[in-house]
Design a protein around this ligand. Structure first.
Ligand code: MG
Length: 275
């Protein structure tokens, strides 16, 4: 217990020292007027069933209804899927597609649709998937009044964590994933910090800061390899069921959060400095 709290103290001191030297002040006060102002951006708009929303101004737009120029086949070459009436449709059997650009920590927005008439049961019913960093599958499946194993449902981290609730909409309706992903940190073959996912499914929390066991595996307990790339593509799965996607964007996230204040309000109080 004692050792633990000492380690904690050491980590706090070590954590503050580098950012303090990099940013000038050696720790902020509450309401500190020296703190940098956040970057100004324009938020987007929400989607309706009829129309995709507008991405935020600082997003990297991966699909805006026009073409698949930001995507490629995982086998190499151009993406073999189609754009029909502003939406992506997979070509069943053509294989997964992935972004040409690679990402680490991201906020991801992606919308998907199970076409009317999707048939089959369990994993054969409208299966697709969103692979974060190309490694971790957030399952896409038609689970509206259709059962499968819990860690294989829509909103699940496939083979690891079921969604907190089943928030699936019926076939023919757009469904929305809003995901916050932090890449795993590995050092000298050890996991310093596992990959983490927070996810909203149709606006409902389904993964709450979930620590992932490792890259997605089928029927095998996931573990981390000795090393992983810092970045990877976003990948969409072709599981041979027809599936639609639209309005896909990411915002790259900084691994560093602003440090908390370490003193009460004092001489750098914003109101004192600016009025
Ligand atoms: Mg899948």
């Amino acid at each position: 217990m004692k050792l633990r709290s000492m380690c904690g103290m050491a980590m706090i001191v070590m954590g503050l020292a580098p950012s303090a030297s990099a940013q000038g002040p050696s720790g902020y006060e509450v309401h500190d007027g020296r703190r940098p102002q956040p970057v100004v951006m324009m938020p987007g708009t929400f989607s309706t069933q009829d129309q995709p929303g507008k991405p935020p101004s600082d997003a990297i737009v991966l699909f805006d209804g026009k073409d698949l120029s930001n995507w490629e086949s995982v086998k190499g070459g151009d993406a073999p899927w189609k754009v029909v009436d502003g939406d992506i449709q997979n070509v069943p059997g053509s294989g997964d597609i992935q972004t040409r650009q690679q990402f680490g920590d991201v906020q991801l927005h992606v919308e998907w649709l199970e076409p009317q008439g999707t048939k089959g049961r369990s994993q054969e019913r409208g299966n697709s998937g969103v692979f974060l960093q190309g490694l971790y599958e957030m399952q896409v499946l038609d689970n509206y009044k259709s059962e499968t194993y819990a860690d294989g449902m829509a909103g699940a981290i496939y083979g690891q964590y079921p969604p907190l609730v089943n928030a699936c909409r019926p076939q023919g309706e757009w469904q929305i994933y809003d995901i916050i992903f932090h890449a795993a940190k590995l050092q000298d073959g050890k996991v310093v910090r596992p990959a983490r996912v927070t996810a909203f499914f149709n606006g409902v929390l389904v993964q709450d800061d979930t620590d992932l066991l490792g890259p997605t595996r089928y029927q095998i307990l996931a573990t981390y390899p000795a090393s992983l790339p810092d970045k990877g593509p976003l990948r969409l799965q072709d599981h041979t069921s027809p599936i639609g996607y639209r309005n896909i964007w990411v915002r790259s996230l900084s691994a560093e959060k602003p440090p908390p204040p370490i003193k009460p309000a004092g001489q750098y109080d914003y109101e004192k400095m600016h009025h």
